[in-house]
Design a binder for this molecule. Structure first.
Ligand SMILES: [Fe+2]
Length: 300
């Protein structure tokens, strides 16, 4: 199949979603590429650029075509030299889903990874909604759920005690994409604590029914990292997570740059006080410990 073109971008669709773009991002983007990048991102959800050589500054410039680049908590997502930190699984989530303004988009650039040994997985909330049975759409119509910032990135929050003192928000289970208007089923294994107006058990059962649709293998794109990969994703339509890191993963240094309308401290003013979580965040420690997740709070 012939690649498609958008400005000087040449791209092919991946399975089951997303696109692989052939373009050396060291080159300046012209007006056509600057327009095409966010359009393609919101249409396809995930964009992969391989064999890139990107400075921190250049990665920020690329992300600025999508929106306001976050000034806080961008950084590296990595293992410590002894491999003791950040090896656990990170369950599927959307960054800042526990706030009124989840992040718009995220990028990770593979600076130094154990080639092909570690991945980030993406699940599409748009496809999941499109493809779920009509009866389930009707069951979740008008329903709301609560999303929370969990204390651990590997949890399924439905089955955990509510983490007191952490920010949370109630919103519709099905939301409209802020740019495309598409319907997104927007609940996440890491962050969803239950369904409003239902008993704990009934809420768990309904959320599990929805999760079964979202996390079907055919609704997941798994990106195995190679040095020089840049992956950009739509944080509303796509959930991200990763399995625990196996013994062959010696290195996992991914540079994270995100786009958001508001910074975490604006969204969660309770954290502006001398909070231990934020104190750690601002020193970058959570970026190191949370890993692939410099996107959870801080990472991806
Ligand atoms: Fe994340």
């Amino acid at each position: 199949m012939q690649p498609m073109k958008a400005g000087r971008f040449s791209y092919r669709e991946m399975a089951p979603f997303g696109i692989r773009v052939d373009f050396d991002l060291r080159q300046p983007l012209g007006p056509e590429e600057e327009k095409a990048l966010p359009e393609l991102l919101f249409r396809h959800g995930v964009m992969v650029f391989e064999n890139q050589d990107l400075s921190d500054v250049r990665q920020r410039e690329i992300m600025a075509t999508i929106g306001r680049v976050s000034s806080g908590y961008n950084g590296f997502s990595m293992l410590d030299p002894d491999g003791e930190l950040g090896r656990t699984r990170i369950t599927f989530h959307s960054d800042y889903a526990f706030t009124e303004k989840p992040m718009t988009a995220l990028s990770l650039f593979a600076v130094d990874v154990s080639q092909g040994e570690t991945c980030t997985n993406f699940a599409s909330g748009v496809r999941a909604y499109d493809q779920m049975p009509q009866a389930l759409k009707e069951k979740i119509a008008g329903r709301q759920s609560r999303a929370v910032l969990p204390k651990d990135q590997g949890l399924v929050s439905l089955y955990e005690p509510f983490p007191e003192g952490m920010p949370s928000i109630v919103r519709d289970i099905v939301v409209d994409h802020p740019v495309t208007g598409e319907k997104i089923v927007y609940i996440h294994q890491l962050q969803c604590t239950g369904v409003e107006g239902l008993s704990k058990e009934d809420g768990q059962a309904l959320a599990e029914e929805v999760f079964a649709e979202i996390y079907r293998p055919e609704n997941i794109y798994s990106h195995a990292w190679k040095n020089g990969d840049l992956v950009i994703w739509d944080n509303m339509s796509m959930q991200h997570g990763r399995p625990a890191l196996g013994p062959n993963v010696k290195k996992r240094s991914l540079r994270r740059i995100g786009v958001c309308e508001k910074e975490l401290l604006e969204l969660c003013p309770e954290f502006a006080r001398d909070d231990a979580v934020v104190a750690q965040l601002s020193r970058g420690k959570i970026v190191a410990t949370m890993e692939g997740g410099a996107s959870h709070i801080a990472a991806g």
